[in-house]
Design a protein around this ligand. Structure first.
Ligand code: ZN
Length: 220
């Protein structure tokens, strides 16, 4: 759905299947964050078209992290038609550990080429300015994308509504997860779009959610 000017959020509502939330940001350089599973991209693109957003205009695809339910859908794009980006650490982890592990489980990740690496700091796409924040814990090279002008935070699988991402998968790190969440909790956020489940709208609701997570879920 279209949330505000330029911002479209597609939450995955089907409880019987695993697929991530996707975010599309329109502009001079239209960007899709987390395309999701490959067999669901058709549905995502249909939903975008129904909202007047044109998936054919997507120029950049960002993967918050390289789990198949977030990035497998990059294979839906013609080779060279979009630029794929994730962090270098995540890319290296996937090639060394993630891919062999998935293959052992009889799963796969389609081959893809990363066009450029995202580093912590400012990312300018067209007229939009984003902050890329390195948020390891769920995976070693996980990223969160913050849009300061709109106070929108896209957190991948780090935090959810009343929940946190798993740190028991390969490359997960519970201590790093906690530190990453503590960093994100300091940001002024009006809309939190997690990698799965409902979005959290309104600064006070976002604050309450971080407080709940930090006080109740991450105490040890
Ligand atoms: Zn994940």
């Amino acid at each position: 759905m279209r949330v505000t000017e330029h911002l479209y959020v597609y939450l995955w509502a089907d409880q019987t299947e695993n697929n991530c939330n996707s975010v599309f940001i329109e502009g001079k350089t239209p960007v899709l964050i987390d395309p999701g599973h490959l067999n669901r991209t058709g549905q995502l693109f249909d939903r975008m078209r129904a909202d007047g957003a044109n998936p054919d205009r997507i120029e950049v695809v960002i993967g918050t992290h390289a789990h198949p339910d977030h990035v497998e859908g990059v294979a839906a794009f013609r080779a060279g038609s979009v630029k794929l980006t994730l962090s270098k650490q995540e890319d290296q982890f996937v090639e060394k550990v993630g891919r062999p592990e998935l293959e052992r489980q009889g799963l796969g990740l389609p081959p893809y080429e990363v066009d450029f690496y995202l580093k912590e700091g400012t990312l300018i796409l067209g007229k939009h300015e984003f902050e890329v924040i390195a948020t390891p814990g769920h995976t070693p090279g996980g990223l969160s994308i913050y849009w300061p002008r709109r106070k929108v935070l896209i957190s991948g699988d780090l935090v959810f509504l009343q929940g946190v991402g798993r740190s028991d998968l390969p490359g997960g790190d519970a201590e790093a997860l906690k530190e990453s969440i503590q960093r994100l909790a300091k940001l002024p956020v009006e809309l939190l779009v997690p990698g799965h489940g409902p979005a959290v709208q309104g600064a006070s609701r976002v604050r309450t959610n971080f407080d709940y997570i930090l006080k109740l879920l991450l105490v040890r």
